[in-house]
Every structure is written in structure tokens, then in C-alpha cells.
Ligand binder design. Sequence first.
Ligand SMILES: Cc1cc2nc3c(=O)[nH]c(=O)nc-3n(C[C@H](O)[C@H](O)[C@H](O)COP(=O)(O)OP(=O)(O)OC[C@H]3O[C@@H](n4cnc5c(N)ncnc54)[C@H](O)[C@@H]3O)c2cc1C
Length: 606
Amino acid sequence: MTSAESFCSTSFDYVIIGGGTAGLALAARLSEDPNIVVGVLEAGEHIHEMPEVSVPGMMGQALGNPKVDWAFSTVEQPAVLNRKIFSPRGKGVGGTSALNFLVYQRASEEDYNAVEALGNPKWNWKDTFLKYLMQVETYVPPTDPEIANDPHIGYTTDYHGTNGAVKASFSAWFNDHHAKFMDALLNMGVPINRDTGNGRNIGASVGPISVDPATMTRSHAATAYYTPNADRTNLILLTGAHVTKILLETPPGEPVVATGVEFSKDSQKFTVRPKLEIILSAGTFQTPQILELSGIGRTDVLTQHGIKTILDLPVGENLQDHLTLPFIHEISKDSATFDSLRDPAVLEQQLTLYKTEKKGLLAGSITAYGYLPSEKLFDSKDFLDLQKQILQDTTLTATPSLNKQSAILKKWLPDPNHAQIELLQFPFFLSFGPLPERQEGKVYHSIMIIGLHPLSRGSVHIKSADPFSSPEIDPRYFSNPADLEYMVSGVKFVRKLMRTEPYASAGCKMYDPPEKSAETNEDLSDDEIRDWCRTRVISIFHPIGTAAMMPKDDGGVVDSSLKVYGTKNLRVVDASIIPMEMSTHPQAAVYAIAEKASDIIKAARA
Ligand SMILES: Cc1cc2nc3c(=O)[nH]c(=O)nc-3n(C[C@H](O)[C@H](O)[C@H](O)COP(=O)(O)OP(=O)(O)OC[C@H]3O[C@@H](n4cnc5c(N)ncnc54)[C@H](O)[C@@H]3O)c2cc1C
């Protein structure tokens, strides 16, 4: 095991801050060249055996566990009844890829093209994302005939990788409402999309998951990128190393030089000085924190905490996130759900099945999705009213970047091929968030309703100069009222879905929100649905954008080579550089960004 002393005395070419999703992918790629020495500093530990991390059917159970989760919270959010919203982030080798819900999907082509349109040449679907998304994955279609013959699954070899580090496969357990959900969507006019990996993430689909089907365990940054390369002598990972600051020098008339990284391990302070570059991969909340602690950020924020500004950049601004609502419904008592695992007898039986045959609930995950454009969510009058409101909206005009983002979002609003709301069939009752009481003896499913293109923008900043205090996370959820209206449209859609065959006759009973208003005993009014949304809404944990890759004059923090503006050798490679939310879950894009970053960095050296 590496000690902090020997780490600091190593002659590194690159030091990466954060051994998470992007950090480990980048480290693996850069250290392919045996002449290049790469160091990774990770605040958390390397936890090798933790079923809540590795076993697919236990995903979500590690949330809040301080061994693997920073377990942040937002500040009070005025537009959601002043609630503080839980904001987990992975801690330890693998970062958030070890903690996430395993959804391994791609957005639509236009989402990636928007990254280029926001001022980043070649960062589009064709030249960058498709290539690197394929490079990241080994896509494994199902072989179990029961699953392979599912009429909703398809596979186009042109769009999938066969040799990448991350295994993308399919759940080995399909819950008994999976097909009903898909067919009810079809009956509501949502077409089946058999392979959404082709740049068209729209319609009803069965999604891949980041699971290695050979072992039926989570495929994440640690298992995919670190463990197979851990014996490289030129790749050195130090865990329990909390980075407190990047040391910067300011040669007159020249770009700022990042000369070293200060970190704390076992309460002792250390400094490491790489020869070439420092790369920040500490994620959407902590990359801005480290930049600000080092003197890169908004001067007013830094001054407030007694930190001298070295570079005045809008670090921590442009925070965006995906919100979700768990639409909980009761299903028949004989249905198996992930909640069945709470019964010790069921757990034991499922453990045996999992260990011996890699089957059953513990080999299962989320399977079914609906990606819905506006036309499926609103009747035409309601849509025209909302569209008018959004088109006249001036909240997104504060900076040139927001103007550009707003123009793109407005273009997508009426597009029948661009999803605004995602539905995700979750075969369990969530275990976090403001939930109604679970009634004994009842069995529940949830349909998660996710808003894909929020118009609200927030920020994350240090709340103290103490590097060990949590950052102040203020996503300003629902500060733009259109975000709430989209969620309301999603709730109304799911209420119709519950009343559509084959769901309708499957014995489902709406539980939360209830079928009828307690006051009127009629269907819920729009205002009652709005109130329910404010009470129940939570994050689905896709924060991005806080060290955005955009032109400097537009409010960018890094340029399109991921270099922090005004620096010679400091880059950011993680989810914080994504300038605008995409219509999907982000992990695949984060890996793709890291793979591309390694090519950029290698080319810069050549
Ligand atoms: C509960 C949950 C479920 C999710 N589900 C999905 C899903 O199903 N599908 C999907 O696509 N996406 C999902 N996501 C989002 C996705 O996993 C993340 O967007 C992605 O993993 C972020 O990668 P990253 O490299 O930016 O950051 P991370 O993977 O978080 O890496 C950052 C690393 O930096 C380390 N670090 C931070 N500060 C310091 C410091 N000061 N010193 C040293 N190290 C530090 C952290 O410990 C961490 O290891 C989910 C997220 C969560 C939280």
C-alpha cells in the first residue's frame, strides 16, 4: 500500500484529484503509456467487498452510508416548501459510479450536438460522443432466452462497443409489471424504441445497466478502470487523501501555473508536485469547492471567505439537476419487488439463487423507461399556453450562455422527437425523501417521473474556507415555474397510464398521489397535483454544469480542451464540465468525456 510520503516523493507527470467515475477512467487511459506516471488522490477508501455496492438488486442501499457517500444536502429550497433536498455523492474508489442506480443510457443526438452549439467545436454526437461512448462500453445483449426474446429489446451493432472497460448488459430479473408498463405506454401512443443507443432516446424502451453479466456485479469505475490496471507501476492511487487546495503560481504576463496539490491524510498535511498537469475530477459539487479554495472563482464569493482571487471565473454557477417524483402505486400482493428482500427468508433464498445461478431479484435492476416529448404530455391548448410562457421567459438571459441554452431548450419544447419527461419503472417503494407511510402487508411499485430539461439554474459555492466543510448547494429547484408545470404534466400522464390497459386491469391502485382528492372526492385538480409535487419532489442526482465547458465570455470555466481559463496546466474532467442537462442519465457521458480528455491530454504532450 502506498504511503502519503512515498506518494509525494514520486515523480508524477499527472496528478488527478478524485478517484471517481471520470478520474479513474482518465487515470487508466493516461497510464497506458508506461513512460507516463499518474497519481490519483481520493478522499474516500477502497472498499472491495460491499454487497450494497456490488449486487445489482441492492442498489440504493448504500445511500447515506458515510463510508461511501458524502451525503450532502441542499440549502432550503424556497420553491419546494423550503425543504432541504438530499444530495448523495459517491466517496471512495469509483466515486458515484459505485453508488448510482446502474442506469446506463445515452441521450439523443441533439443533446450532444448542443454541447458543440454552446461553443465547443467537435463536441458533438458524430465526432466525439458516439465514438467515445462506444469506446467506453462492452455491450452484452441478453442471452437468457426469457429476456432475449422480450419484444421490446433490440440491438444495433453499429452503435455499440465490444471492447470497452464498462460492461453494459441487461437486468437478469424482469418484474411482473415490466411488460404491462411497456404495453400501456404503447396503448397511449408511445412507440416502442428497441435500441435507444442510436442517438434517438425517445419512446418506450428497455434500458441497459452497468453490470458485468459474467459475475452479475456492478461494473463501475473501480472494477472497470482501476482494478484491471492496479498492478501498473506507473499508476499510483492514494486513498484517504482529502485534497484541500491546488497551489498556483502567477508568472507576470503568463498563464497561471498549477504547481502542486495540498492534501490531508490522517490529519497530516502533504504536498505533491507533478511535472506536467493537475486534473480535477472531484465531481460537480467538490470540483468547484477545490477551485474556490485555491483562489479560482467569483471574487465576491472568495473575498467573503478571506481567499485571495487568482482567477476570477464563474466557478460554481450554472448548476442544473434532474428532479424526480416517485408515483407510488399498490400492486397485487403476490408480486415480487425489491422490497420483498426485507423479509429475511426471501433474502436468504434469493442470495442462494444469486450466488449459484446469478439469477433472481438480486440479479435484477430497473428495466423499463418511457421518454416522452411535449406532445404526449399536454393537450394542445395547455401546451400552447405553457410554450408562450416559456418563450417570453427572461430568467435565462443573464449571460450569453444562458441565452444560448434558452434558445436550444425553446427549440426542443415542441419537438416530437425530443423527450422532456422520462418515466422509469422502479419496482419498489423508495427509502429516502418525504414519503407517505408504507402500509403493512401492502406491495408497492413506483414510477419515477423525471424532468429532463430544467430551466432553473442554481449554484454551489464554499460556505467556509475550511476544506472539510460541505459546500453550499443551492440548485434553486423549481425557481422557474415551467419546471413544475412539466412535472405536473408527467403526473397527469402517469395517472392516465394507470387507467390504461393492460395496467388498468392489473389491480394497481394509486397510493401517492391518491386517486381522488380528500377534499372533493373527485379527480385531483391541477393545483392539488402542484402541491403534491412540491411536497414530494426530490433529486434523481444528476447535477452538472458548475465548471462549464463554454467560451469564457459566455460564462465558461473551462475551454473545449477542458483547461481552466487563464491556466497553463489545470484541467477539469468530470460531470461539472457538461454545460446543459441531457435527456438521459449522465454516467455514460461522464466516462466518454474522460476517454476524450485522455486523447486531448496525450495530444497536448505530443
Ligand atoms: C444515488 C445516485 C444514483 C445515480 N444513478 C445514476 C444512474 O443510474 N445512471 C447514471 O447514468 N447516472 C446516475 N447517477 C449520476 C452519475 O453516477 C454521476 O453523474 C457520475 O458518476 C459523476 O461522476 P464524476 O466523475 O463527475 O464524479 P464522482 O464519480 O462523484 O467522482 C468524484 C470523486 O472525487 C472524490 N473527491 C471529492 N472531493 C475530494 C477531495 N477534496 N479530495 C479528494 N477526493 C475528492 C470523491 O470522493 C469521488 O470519488 C447517480 C448518482 C447518484 C448519487
